[in-house]
Design a protein around this ligand. Structure first.
Ligand code: ZN
Length: 428
């Protein structure tokens, strides 16, 4: 089970690949890829389909025996984007000695120092000329070898480096790509890589969304392989647990929904993010197809339950003072329900009770997280979704250390627990 997660993480260096890999797994399991530009027809018992948006968000539906209006729906949502660095347009900077570095822009909130001195590669999508201007072609690109590195300054030039260093996103975080061999490479090093990797001509390439990605594969560590070390555990580990649960359950009375959003790390306010009306519109269209009324959608909302799955902070043995005095989620001790009095998280006593009962039914322990009151903490999908889908729901996630590091640390046991809890939820 852990190996499947590691394989998914390694095959999903950025959001576009996560969506493509989830789509492939769904198709193998008999889910049909529907085009939202066409009417959503044949919304019958057991129908399985999915829809994508922008190649970077994906929504899977397994219709229940009862219509949405009678049984509502059970939804797990998560996000497929993670903090990284985006390659800027005209990115190549030629330096002394023929060294080429790349101009980048920060995506989300990475712990920037963790990106230093490790082999990195490129992943994302490249847009090439299509049949007409409005319909260019999208090609996904992942160079599966170390390609560049963001190098630290030697300690001899900065004796204070271990006392804390302020980093400039524009100066310090630019990766070294290569050394120019001949004049033809001048200004073309990145483009040559794109063309070689995708077997396209330079004139065909219109633009790209390319990002830095860790080139070192995800792995387990610890005497009992109890830990997982990987980039993007937040939130690909939750995406994958949701997918495993969806594919592991048969048709039930209630419709199952797996919603994987993009752009959580930058506030969700895009057409493919949780702030978009896209998912609500899909549910409305299904409800309309089944019942022929708008009323059916609102009935479904009242009967639905959502698990907003995004990783939580595990208790860090070196920094106990940063945590709430009485709530210490531990690695390996089960899924974590997240609370916030200011309602940054959707959980309340009712929805938390529902999730805790589901865990209990699944034979899985669960924990509770709340911030130290002097620490601001983060936010996630649940409440952003509530503006278009006023659902009863819980914010939860598996505990990890070093959230937003280039490599986060999770627990193999927690992954198994989470899949069991999600399967219990979808199997109801
Ligand atoms: Zn997250």
């Amino acid at each position: 089970m852990t190996q499947r997660l590691l394989d998914f993480l390694n095959a999903s260096p950025v959001n576009f690949f996560a969506v493509r890999n989830i789509a492939s797994a769904l198709q193998l399991a008999g889910y049909k890829h529907l085009d939202p530009a066409q009417p959503l027809v044949q919304m019958e018992t057991g129908t399985k389909f999915f829809v994508t948006k922008n190649d970077s968000s994906i929504y899977a539906f397994h219709l229940g025996r009862k219509p949405l209006s009678d049984a509502g729906f059970h939804m797990i949502c998560a996000h497929c984007d993670s903090p990284t660095f985006r390659i800027k347009p005209n990115a190549e900077i030629s330096c002394e000695g023929g060294i080429v570095k790349l101009n980048t822009e920060v995506y989300g909130g990475p712990i920037m120092s963790t990106w230093f001195d490790r082999p990195l590669t490129l992943a994302g999508r490249v847009i090439v000329r299509g049949d007409d201007a409005l319909h260019p072609q999208t090609l996904l690109m992942h160079v599966k070898r170390p390609l560049m590195q963001i190098c630290n300054l030697a300690i001899h030039f900065n004796r204070q480096v271990n006392d804390g260093v302020k980093l400039s996103k524009q100066k310090d975080m630019l990766p070294i790509l290569g050394i120019i061999n001949d004049e033809l490479e001048q200004g073309n090093m990145l483009m040559n890589l794109i063309c070689e990797t995708l077997h396209v001509k330079k004139e065909e390439v219109l633009d790209f969304d390319l990002y830095l990605a860790d080139a070192t594969p995800a792995c387990t560590f610890g005497p009992h392989d109890e830990f997982i070390s990987s980039g993007r555990l937040d939130d690909l580990s939750m995406c994958f647990a949701g997918l495993e649960a969806l594919l592991g359950t048969e048709t039930t009375d209630t419709t199952k929904v797996l919603a994987i959003f993009d752009n959580e790390e930058t506030g969700s306010q895009t057409k493919q993010g949780a702030g978009s009306p896209f998912l609500a519109s899909l549910l409305k269209r299904i409800a309309w197809q089944q019942s022929g009324t708008e009323e059916a959608f609102w009935q479904a909302i009242e009967r639905a339950f959502m698990i907003s799955a995004d990783n939580a902070h595990a208790w860090h043995p070196n920094y106990g003072e940063k945590y709430d005095p009485t709530n210490h989620p531990q690695l390996g001790a089960g899924p974590v329900i997240k609370f916030n009095a200011a309602q940054k998280y959707a959980s309340d006593a009712v929805s938390a009770s529902v999730f805790a009962e589901i865990c209990c039914e699944a034979g899985v322990p669960c924990q509770r997280f709340v911030n130290h009151s002097d620490v601001a903490g983060g936010s996630t999908l649940g409440n952003i979704l509530a503006s278009s889908l006023p659902l009863r729901g819980v914010d939860m996630g598996n505990a990890i250390l070093a959230m937003h590091s280039c490599r986060e640390t999770g627990s193999t046991t927690d992954h198994a627990y989470c899949v069991r809890a999600f399967t219990q939820f979808f199997g109801r």
